[in-house]
Design a protein around this ligand. Structure first.
Ligand code: AMP
Length: 254
Protein backbone atom coordinates (compact mmCIF):
# COMPACT_ATOMS: atom_id res chain seq x y z
CA UNK A 1 0.00 0.00 0.00
CA UNK A 2 1.42 3.39 -0.97
CA UNK A 3 1.70 5.83 1.93
CA UNK A 4 0.96 9.52 1.24
CA UNK A 5 3.01 12.14 3.12
CA UNK A 6 1.10 15.42 2.82
CA UNK A 7 3.50 17.82 4.55
CA UNK A 8 7.19 18.52 5.04
CA UNK A 9 7.29 17.79 8.80
CA UNK A 10 5.64 14.35 8.48
CA UNK A 11 7.82 13.55 5.47
CA UNK A 12 11.09 14.47 7.21
CA UNK A 13 10.20 12.27 10.17
CA UNK A 14 9.33 9.30 7.96
CA UNK A 15 12.37 9.68 5.67
CA UNK A 16 14.68 9.97 8.67
CA UNK A 17 13.33 6.66 10.05
CA UNK A 18 14.05 5.03 6.68
CA UNK A 19 17.56 6.36 6.18
CA UNK A 20 18.55 5.78 9.86
CA UNK A 21 17.49 2.14 9.52
CA UNK A 22 20.10 1.80 6.74
CA UNK A 23 17.41 1.12 4.11
CA UNK A 24 18.30 2.47 0.66
CA UNK A 25 15.95 5.15 -0.64
CA UNK A 26 15.34 6.15 -4.27
CA UNK A 27 13.54 9.39 -5.09
CA UNK A 28 11.67 10.30 -8.29
CA UNK A 29 10.69 13.99 -8.37
CA UNK A 30 7.64 14.74 -10.55
CA UNK A 31 4.98 17.37 -11.11
CA UNK A 32 2.23 14.74 -11.40
CA UNK A 33 -0.01 14.14 -14.45
CA UNK A 34 1.95 10.93 -14.72
CA UNK A 35 2.58 8.83 -17.82
CA UNK A 36 4.80 5.89 -18.85
CA UNK A 37 7.87 8.17 -18.93
CA UNK A 38 7.52 8.91 -15.22
CA UNK A 39 6.63 5.30 -14.41
CA UNK A 40 9.81 4.04 -16.12
CA UNK A 41 11.79 6.14 -13.61
CA UNK A 42 9.76 4.69 -10.73
CA UNK A 43 10.38 1.10 -11.89
CA UNK A 44 14.10 1.75 -12.24
CA UNK A 45 14.18 3.25 -8.73
CA UNK A 46 12.29 0.19 -7.42
CA UNK A 47 14.87 -2.12 -9.02
CA UNK A 48 17.80 -0.30 -7.45
CA UNK A 49 16.53 0.63 -3.96
CA UNK A 50 14.74 -0.92 -0.96
CA UNK A 51 12.24 1.93 -0.77
CA UNK A 52 10.91 4.20 -3.55
CA UNK A 53 9.53 7.66 -2.88
CA UNK A 54 7.90 9.85 -5.54
CA UNK A 55 7.24 13.52 -5.02
CA UNK A 56 4.21 15.06 -6.73
CA UNK A 57 4.51 18.83 -6.61
CA UNK A 58 3.64 21.34 -9.34
CA UNK A 59 6.49 23.70 -8.57
CA UNK A 60 5.27 27.28 -9.16
CA UNK A 61 8.76 28.85 -9.16
CA UNK A 62 9.70 27.09 -12.41
CA UNK A 63 6.79 28.56 -14.38
CA UNK A 64 7.43 31.93 -16.00
CA UNK A 65 3.98 31.89 -17.61
CA UNK A 66 1.10 32.05 -15.06
CA UNK A 67 -1.30 30.66 -17.70
CA UNK A 68 0.90 27.58 -18.16
CA UNK A 69 0.90 27.04 -14.37
CA UNK A 70 -2.87 27.43 -14.20
CA UNK A 71 -3.46 25.02 -17.09
CA UNK A 72 -0.93 22.40 -15.93
CA UNK A 73 -2.85 19.09 -15.69
CA UNK A 74 -3.48 17.81 -12.14
CA UNK A 75 -5.15 14.58 -10.99
CA UNK A 76 -3.66 13.32 -7.74
CA UNK A 77 -6.03 10.38 -7.28
CA UNK A 78 -5.18 9.01 -10.73
CA UNK A 79 -1.45 9.60 -10.06
CA UNK A 80 -1.66 7.77 -6.74
CA UNK A 81 -3.21 4.70 -8.40
CA UNK A 82 -0.53 4.65 -11.14
CA UNK A 83 2.25 5.06 -8.59
CA UNK A 84 0.90 2.24 -6.46
CA UNK A 85 0.84 -0.09 -9.50
CA UNK A 86 4.45 0.84 -10.39
CA UNK A 87 5.76 -0.13 -6.94
CA UNK A 88 5.92 3.20 -5.10
CA UNK A 89 6.19 2.96 -1.31
CA UNK A 90 5.82 6.64 -0.42
CA UNK A 91 4.30 9.64 -2.17
CA UNK A 92 5.36 13.07 -0.96
CA UNK A 93 2.56 15.49 -1.86
CA UNK A 94 3.24 18.84 -0.19
CA UNK A 95 1.61 22.21 -0.79
CA UNK A 96 3.32 25.39 -1.92
CA UNK A 97 3.17 27.26 1.42
CA UNK A 98 4.90 24.35 3.09
CA UNK A 99 7.65 23.99 0.45
CA UNK A 100 8.19 27.76 0.21
CA UNK A 101 7.71 28.88 3.81
CA UNK A 102 10.51 31.42 3.11
CA UNK A 103 8.45 32.98 0.28
CA UNK A 104 11.20 31.94 -2.17
CA UNK A 105 13.66 34.44 -0.70
CA UNK A 106 16.35 31.77 -0.92
CA UNK A 107 17.17 30.16 -4.25
CA UNK A 108 19.86 28.19 -6.08
CA UNK A 109 21.27 29.86 -9.20
CA UNK A 110 23.67 28.43 -11.76
CA UNK A 111 25.14 31.31 -13.72
CA UNK A 112 26.35 29.82 -17.00
CA UNK A 113 24.65 26.81 -18.60
CA UNK A 114 21.28 27.65 -17.04
CA UNK A 115 21.12 30.74 -19.28
CA UNK A 116 21.27 28.70 -22.51
CA UNK A 117 18.59 26.71 -24.37
CA UNK A 118 15.58 26.34 -22.01
CA UNK A 119 16.99 29.03 -19.73
CA UNK A 120 17.18 31.55 -22.58
CA UNK A 121 13.46 31.10 -23.28
CA UNK A 122 12.05 30.64 -19.77
CA UNK A 123 13.39 33.28 -17.38
CA UNK A 124 14.11 31.92 -13.89
CA UNK A 125 13.14 28.39 -14.89
CA UNK A 126 16.30 26.65 -13.70
CA UNK A 127 16.46 28.67 -10.46
CA UNK A 128 13.04 27.20 -9.69
CA UNK A 129 14.05 23.67 -10.71
CA UNK A 130 17.36 23.62 -8.81
CA UNK A 131 15.81 25.17 -5.71
CA UNK A 132 12.95 22.68 -5.49
CA UNK A 133 15.24 19.71 -6.18
CA UNK A 134 17.64 20.79 -3.43
CA UNK A 135 14.68 21.06 -1.02
CA UNK A 136 13.45 17.58 -2.05
CA UNK A 137 16.90 16.01 -1.67
CA UNK A 138 17.29 17.58 1.78
CA UNK A 139 13.81 16.54 2.94
CA UNK A 140 14.18 12.94 1.78
CA UNK A 141 17.91 12.27 2.22
CA UNK A 142 17.59 9.92 -0.78
CA UNK A 143 20.55 7.73 -1.75
CA UNK A 144 19.64 8.04 -5.42
CA UNK A 145 17.44 10.44 -7.38
CA UNK A 146 16.17 9.66 -10.90
CA UNK A 147 15.74 12.16 -13.73
CA UNK A 148 14.64 11.70 -17.34
CA UNK A 149 16.92 12.45 -20.27
CA UNK A 150 13.89 14.07 -21.88
CA UNK A 151 14.91 17.12 -19.83
CA UNK A 152 18.57 16.75 -20.75
CA UNK A 153 19.68 20.22 -19.68
CA UNK A 154 17.78 19.90 -16.40
CA UNK A 155 19.48 16.57 -15.61
CA UNK A 156 22.92 18.09 -16.32
CA UNK A 157 22.32 21.12 -14.13
CA UNK A 158 21.01 18.98 -11.25
CA UNK A 159 24.02 16.69 -11.49
CA UNK A 160 26.26 19.78 -11.46
CA UNK A 161 24.48 21.17 -8.40
CA UNK A 162 24.87 17.87 -6.52
CA UNK A 163 28.60 17.95 -7.25
CA UNK A 164 29.05 21.64 -6.44
CA UNK A 165 27.30 21.35 -3.06
CA UNK A 166 28.77 17.94 -2.12
CA UNK A 167 25.31 16.38 -1.90
CA UNK A 168 25.28 12.71 -0.93
CA UNK A 169 22.55 11.75 -3.40
CA UNK A 170 23.60 10.03 -6.62
CA UNK A 171 21.89 11.68 -9.62
CA UNK A 172 20.84 9.05 -12.16
CA UNK A 173 19.78 9.70 -15.78
CA UNK A 174 16.98 7.57 -17.32
CA UNK A 175 16.21 7.03 -21.02
CA UNK A 176 13.61 9.15 -22.76
CA UNK A 177 10.31 7.27 -23.28
CA UNK A 178 8.36 7.92 -26.52
CA UNK A 179 4.91 7.18 -27.87
CA UNK A 180 4.85 4.57 -30.68
CA UNK A 181 4.89 7.38 -33.26
CA UNK A 182 8.06 8.91 -31.77
CA UNK A 183 6.55 11.82 -29.81
CA UNK A 184 8.35 12.22 -26.48
CA UNK A 185 5.86 11.50 -23.67
CA UNK A 186 4.96 14.62 -21.74
CA UNK A 187 2.21 15.69 -19.35
CA UNK A 188 1.55 18.62 -21.69
CA UNK A 189 0.74 16.33 -24.67
CA UNK A 190 -2.76 15.90 -23.21
CA UNK A 191 -3.42 19.55 -24.08
CA UNK A 192 -2.78 19.09 -27.82
CA UNK A 193 -5.85 19.23 -30.08
CA UNK A 194 -6.39 16.10 -32.28
CA UNK A 195 -4.91 17.94 -35.30
CA UNK A 196 -1.88 19.11 -33.28
CA UNK A 197 -1.39 15.61 -31.87
CA UNK A 198 -1.24 14.27 -35.42
CA UNK A 199 1.42 16.79 -36.40
CA UNK A 200 3.44 16.51 -33.15
CA UNK A 201 5.59 13.41 -34.05
CA UNK A 202 7.09 15.41 -36.96
CA UNK A 203 9.04 17.35 -34.29
CA UNK A 204 11.08 14.27 -33.34
CA UNK A 205 11.28 13.05 -36.95
CA UNK A 206 12.77 16.32 -38.18
CA UNK A 207 15.05 16.72 -35.15
CA UNK A 208 16.45 13.20 -35.58
CA UNK A 209 16.72 13.54 -39.39
CA UNK A 210 19.58 14.85 -41.49
CA UNK A 211 20.72 18.47 -41.87
CA UNK A 212 22.15 21.32 -39.85
CA UNK A 213 20.23 22.95 -36.96
CA UNK A 214 19.32 25.76 -39.38
CA UNK A 215 17.90 23.31 -41.92
CA UNK A 216 15.92 21.53 -39.18
CA UNK A 217 14.58 24.85 -37.91
CA UNK A 218 13.37 25.72 -41.42
CA UNK A 219 11.74 22.28 -41.85
CA UNK A 220 9.97 22.59 -38.50
CA UNK A 221 8.65 26.04 -39.34
CA UNK A 222 7.45 24.80 -42.70
CA UNK A 223 5.62 21.95 -40.96
CA UNK A 224 3.77 24.41 -38.70
CA UNK A 225 5.85 24.59 -35.51
CA UNK A 226 7.01 27.86 -33.95
CA UNK A 227 10.66 27.14 -33.07
CA UNK A 228 12.27 28.38 -29.83
CA UNK A 229 15.61 26.73 -30.61
CA UNK A 230 17.34 23.83 -32.33
CA UNK A 231 20.95 23.51 -31.16
CA UNK A 232 23.75 20.97 -31.06
CA UNK A 233 25.55 20.49 -27.74
CA UNK A 234 27.69 17.73 -26.28
CA UNK A 235 26.88 15.24 -29.03
CA UNK A 236 23.13 15.91 -28.85
CA UNK A 237 20.68 17.88 -30.87
CA UNK A 238 18.18 19.64 -28.62
CA UNK A 239 15.01 21.45 -29.60
CA UNK A 240 11.98 23.28 -28.26
CA UNK A 241 8.91 24.26 -30.28
CA UNK A 242 5.41 25.62 -29.76
CA UNK A 243 2.48 23.81 -31.30
CA UNK A 244 -0.63 25.90 -30.73
CA UNK A 245 -0.69 26.64 -26.98
CA UNK A 246 1.59 23.74 -26.07
CA UNK A 247 5.37 23.87 -25.80
CA UNK A 248 7.27 20.66 -26.63
CA UNK A 249 10.92 19.77 -25.99
CA UNK A 250 12.98 16.86 -27.26
CA UNK A 251 16.57 15.79 -27.80
CA UNK A 252 18.42 13.01 -29.62
CA UNK A 253 21.97 11.75 -29.55
CA UNK A 254 23.80 12.56 -32.79
P1 AMP B 1 7.91 16.36 -14.85
O1 AMP B 1 6.74 15.81 -14.09
O2 AMP B 1 7.60 16.74 -16.25
O3 AMP B 1 8.65 17.42 -14.06
O4 AMP B 1 8.93 15.16 -14.99
C1 AMP B 1 9.40 14.46 -13.88
C2 AMP B 1 10.57 13.59 -14.29
O5 AMP B 1 10.14 12.66 -15.28
C3 AMP B 1 11.72 14.41 -14.91
O6 AMP B 1 12.95 13.87 -14.47
C4 AMP B 1 11.51 14.20 -16.38
O7 AMP B 1 12.70 14.31 -17.14
C5 AMP B 1 10.99 12.77 -16.41
N1 AMP B 1 10.25 12.54 -17.65
C6 AMP B 1 9.19 13.23 -18.12
N2 AMP B 1 8.82 12.76 -19.33
C7 AMP B 1 9.67 11.75 -19.63
C8 AMP B 1 9.82 10.87 -20.74
N3 AMP B 1 9.03 10.94 -21.80
N4 AMP B 1 10.82 9.95 -20.69
C9 AMP B 1 11.64 9.89 -19.62
N5 AMP B 1 11.55 10.68 -18.55
C10 AMP B 1 10.58 11.60 -18.55
Amino acid sequence: MTEVLPDVAAARKRFLEITRAGTSLGLVPTMGALHEGHLSLVRRAADENDIVAVSVFVNPTQFNDPEDLKRYPRDFEEDRILLESAGTDLVFYPDTEDMYADGYRYKVTEVENSLLLEGAHRGGYFDGVLTVVLKLLNITGADRAYFGEKDWQQFNLIRGMAKAFFLDTEIIPCSLVREDDGLAMSSRNARLTPAERELAPAFHRILAGSGSPEVKTARLEEAGFAVDYVEEREGRILGAVHLGRVRLIDNVRI
